[in-house]
Design a protein around this ligand. Sequence first.
Ligand SMILES: Nc1nc2c(c(=O)[nH]1)N[C@H]1C(S)=C(S)[C@@H](COP(=O)(O)O)O[C@H]1N2
Ligand SMILES: [Mo]
Length: 229
Amino acid sequence: MSGLASLGGLLLPRCSQPTPPNYGNILRMADNLTYVAQRALLPGQSLAREYAFRDISSMPATGTTNPASISEDYASLLKNSFADWKLPIEGRVSMPGSYSMGDLQKFPSRTQITKHICEEGWTAIAQWTGVPLGIVLQSAGIMQNARFVNFHTYDGWVDSIDLLDAFHPQTILAYGMNGKNLPIAHGAPIRVRVEKQIGYKSVKYIQKISVTEEFFDQGDIGWAWYNGI
Ligand SMILES: Nc1nc2c(c(=O)[nH]1)N[C@H]1C(S)=C(S)[C@@H](COP(=O)(O)O)O[C@H]1N2
Ligand SMILES: [Mo]
């Protein structure tokens, strides 16, 4: 690990040493290795492969497929086809506030056909449309001391990514899938697509985004925090 860390230092002379978050949990030490290795071997913003229209496959919906049964808030938003849905962005931003779907769709959009790679061994190719998360964070006035972007969801998931992934050009807040509105089963009205990490980092049903300086460990969910591909 220290070898990789110094390799990282060599390859990234002008960047600060990549430091993964500190965990209390020793089982998560493997995160540090993948994090440091990825950041060392892939400096800059390499892109995930994008596919052609004809490569689009069917995609199963997994995990939560409709939070209405567990969240009254979600159930009532759904009744109104999400017309009242708003996305709060808070924490280390100089202009905290809430974005409606209309607000998010006013930003430049990006469409990409990518392969979803689930930790359980299946893959699927789909087309995603949304606003690059970095554009929204810039507009909210992300602060100098920001380090993590946390996603809170209607089904109780909380997960976070670092700023390198948050500002990756293919990391988008997706509101469209295969040319239609994002279906409920796939995370309506908005999910994030983190194309440089394994499937479960592409959090569905986003309720709130908080930008923090500190890393919040959401506890041991059985999977690593960092899973670069
Ligand atoms: N909020 C939320 N996000 C989630 C999940 C979930 O259960 N709830 N499952 C994750 C997992 S393990 C995968 S593989 C993908 C599945 O996305 P899909 O249902 O669109 O195929 O969503 C991820 N994001
Ligand atoms: Mo998954």
